[in-house]
Design a protein around this ligand. Structure first.
Ligand SMILES: NC(=O)c1ccc[n+]([C@@H]2O[C@H](COP(=O)([O-])OP(=O)(O)OC[C@H]3O[C@@H](n4cnc5c(N)ncnc54)[C@H](O)[C@@H]3O)[C@@H](O)[C@H]2O)c1
Length: 315
């Protein structure tokens, strides 16, 4: 049996099983989503293209330059190679489902679902969706992977009909490992379809209103900020705060270890955007950008990626 036929048979079996168990039959996402276009072949876009292709969908991966795509595809190949040692994955058939292009139009043309994972900049995201809106099928769903922006702001440049089909599908880093996907700005049949899609790619969906940072970042950003202020006031050391949260709260890592992993600059820009932007959080003292963090960014102390943040790292 070919890999595709095996996957279809497995899907039918799952549907039949849930029917026999009396569970309400879940929408089969593959009936409505056959082709996915992922915009941005960076850390997130590459990971998203990979997990979607692993689940049997055809994916087109777009980025500005061929070199961005080549780097993204190499990361996908390495990740599949690692995973194939632990799980039953055939890297060749997954890679066969991913095509690449530097043509924005070509990627959007046949897509049933567009997922944008380009830079976290409102204007850049708006410009991309405005262009894609003109060439994508009316039924095509637009999804943003934004960490901090509002979906309705990103969707300002698309037509009225598309606004109702513009949602957030917020993945977590590293995408191949992290199980969660936050869904925002969707309801009714569209929400059912997206939940089924998220489950079909092996992830767990949670649903949230279109609010800054959705669930995870909205809780994490002020938590990280409070930890930073605690150390700046001299209440406790970086190491003791991290140890306390690992051993006392059962978190897998402390806030400073986490900020170093996600990037000091990433957290800073999210807070600055909320504090100065029009997200409804402007002027909120919990998100006031810190002078100390600005100094760290000036010195390129951004965490793991630059070898130094709150801690020092050797490669
Ligand atoms: N990194 C994370 O941990 C994380 C987690 C969840 C969500 N996100 C979100 O995912 C999105 C992508 O983040 P990432 O970490 O993959 O970024 P990244 O820098 O790794 O990748 C971004 C890609 O966008 C491309 N791009 C396309 N148009 C661009 C333009 N006009 N200007 C600059 N670059 C352009 C770049 O070439 C690059 O390959 C952002 O919205 C980010 O907030 C990131």
């Amino acid at each position: 049996m070919s890999t595709n036929a095996k996957e279809t048979a497995l899907r039918r079996q799952k549907q039949l099983l849930s029917h026999l168990k009396g569970e309400s039959a879940e929408t089969d996402p593959k009936e409505q989503i056959k082709q996915v276009a992922v915009y941005g072949a960076g850390i997130m876009g590459g990971g998203i293209a990979q997990v979607v292709a692993q689940a049997g969908y055809k994916v087109t991966l777009w980025d500005i330059q061929q070199s961005d795509i080549d780097r993204g595809m190499q990361t996908i190949r390495n990740s599949l190679e690692r995973l194939s040692k632990k799980q039953e994955i055939d890297p060749t058939s997954v890679l066969r489902r991913i095509s690449t292009t530097t043509s924005q139009i070509q990627a959007a043309h046949a897509a049933d679902l567009v997922i944008e994972a380009i830079v976290e900049d409102l204007k850049t995201k708006q410009q991309l969706l405005e262009r894609l809106d003109k060439v994508a099928k009316p039924s095509c769903i637009f999804a943003t992977n934004t960490s901090s922006l509002l979906v309705r702001d990103i969707a300002k440049t698309v037509s009225g009909a598309r606004k109702a089909r513009t949602v957030a599908l917020h993945f977590f880093n590293p995408v191949a490992i992290m199980q969660l996907v936050e869904i925002a700005n969707a309801d009714g049949a569209l929400l059912d379809l997206l939940k089924a899609f998220v489950r079909d790619i092996g992830k767990v969906p949670v649903v949230c209103r279109d609010t800054p940072g959705f669930i995870v970042n909205r809780l994490l950003v002020p938590y990280n900020n409070e930890a930073r202020q605690m150390v700046e006031r001299g209440d406790a050391s970086i190491e003791d705060v991290d140890t306390a949260m690992r051993l006392g709260a059962g978190y897998p890592m402390g806030p400073f270890e986490l900020m170093d992993m996600t990037g000091i600059d990433v957290g800073y820009h999210i807070m600055k955007g909320w504090y100065e932007g029009a997200s409804g959080l402007q002027g909120d003292p919990r998100f006031k950008p810190s002078k100390e963090v600005e100094q760290m960014i000036k010195k390129n102390h951004l965490g793991h990626k630059t070898g130094r943040g709150y801690y020092t790292y050797t490669k």
